[in-house]
Design a protein around this ligand. Structure first.
Ligand code: FE2
Length: 385
């Protein structure tokens, strides 16, 4: 852990309000706005959460955009921006998991830049000014999107996940309310929770990690390790839900100021190609990337083992134990490689996309195309066992 003299800059432009049942204050929080564009998804409508939101803003004019899948697509962001153009909102209110929140960031970017096509904005940091105030209400504990400056959008022509990064697309305010995560189904609780854990572990071990991002990542991992299985097994355990929401947000702040790394490079390749659930892909990939990295960051992986309550006196054995434990957690929360969408004939292309991912440079141990090919084959073997 030799980050003590490493220089860093750190920022979080998003104000946070954390309170169980905060949603009852929503009317007061948005009282100065008149026209609200709600960005959400069908799952939230079915779960009744949107109804609750609508009840709290019944005196406002609002419009709803909800045609968003589990990985937000370019055309969905563009449709949302068209609605925003017509409706002319004075507030964007994203309610949901990472997809609606990332979609709202994309809408913000298109409106601010006066662009129609999101492809014009990939990879750029040129959104100089926010046009519409933006509040996020996360209903999953995983993506960290409520505190990050980036949006991951699938380019449907190439089936590649692209990012837009700018401080001016981050939410101005995020309302963290554990009660809103209680209706999240078991599988999504498991996937999103492991996404958050992957954020923490990648932020902690990335080349870009700093003292501040390490502190956040370590506390995030503590919270997630204590609460993930509880939240999966007992969805109404509000303390476990609160622990997961906080763990996920801390991991989001951490990776946004450090980075993610090769697990995400591979998961984003799979997500773009097959529209596969992001957190599920991360959970399966994580132990394989850790195996690859372990001789470069054994001490940090041993720290993870310590957080898991395992013996970490020997760093390389500690690292092994942490990897083994992650496989066990995956098993216990029902995450099974058998369900991974991965075809042998696509591995070359997926490996190439992983190398091209901007976060590849942040992985603690270098990863080239052959390394990615090797890991994708290992995952295929695991899937076919
Ligand atoms: Fe992620």
């Amino acid at each position: 852990m030799q980050d003590i003299l490493k220089k860093f800059s750190f920022s979080i432009p998003t104000k946070l309000e954390y309170e169980n049942n905060y949603i009852k204050n929503l009317g007061k929080t948005v009282s100065s706005y008149d026209r609200i564009l709600i960005i959400t998804d069908e799952g939230l409508i079915e779960a009744g959460i949107l109804e609750t939101v609508k009840n709290h803003i019944a005196d406002k004019k609002y419009s709803i955009y909800s045609d968003i899948g589990s990985n937000p697509k370019d055309y969905q962001v563009e449709e949302g921006a068209e609605i925003a153009h017509d409706f002319n909102p004075d507030l964007l209110l994203a309610v949901g998991g990472g997809s609606p929140i990332d979609c709202a960031k994309g809408i913000e970017a298109l409106i601010s830049k006066n662009e129609e096509s999101i492809s014009e904005l990939y990879g750029k940091r040129t959104i100089s000014k926010k046009k519409i105030p933006f509040i996020a209400v996360p209903t999953t504990a995983g993506s960290g999107s409520e505190v990050t400056f980036s949006a991951v959008i699938t380019d449907t022509d190439t089936r590649v996940k692209k990012s837009i990064r700018s401080k001016n697309i981050a939410p101005d305010l995020s309302l963290l309310d554990p009660s809103l995560t209680v209706s999240l189904p078991e599988d999504l609780t498991a996937f999103s929770g492991m996404d958050a854990f992957t954020h923490a572990i990648e932020a902690f071990t990335a080349k870009t990690s700093t003292v501040v991002t390490n502190a956040l990542a370590i506390h995030s991992m503590k919270l997630i390790l204590k609460n993930l299985e509880k939240a999966v097994n007992d969805p109404e355990d509000i303390e476990a839900r609160g622990g997961m929401l906080l763990g996920s947000t801390l991991a989001g702040i951490s990776f946004n100021n450090s980075d993610v790394a090769s697990v995400h490079c591979m998961a984003e390749s799979l997500g773009g190609k097959y529209d596969a659930p992001h957190g599920f892909c991360n959970s399966i990939i994580l132990p394989f990337v850790m195996e690859h990295n372990k001789d470069y960051c054994a001490k940090k992986y041993a720290k993870v083992a310590q957080l898991m309550g395992l013996d970490c006196s020997n760093p390389s054995k500690g690292a092994e134990k942490a990897i083994e434990k992650i496989r066990k957690i995956n098993q216990r929360i029902g995450i099974d490689a058998e369900k991974m969408q991965l075809k042998k004939e696509d591995i070359g292309e997926l490996a190439e996309r992983s190398v091209d991912n901007l976060s590849n440079e942040s992985n603690p141990k270098p990863m080239d195309k052959e390394d990615y090919v090797r890991l994708f084959y290992k995952i295929l073997e695991e899937k076919e066992k």
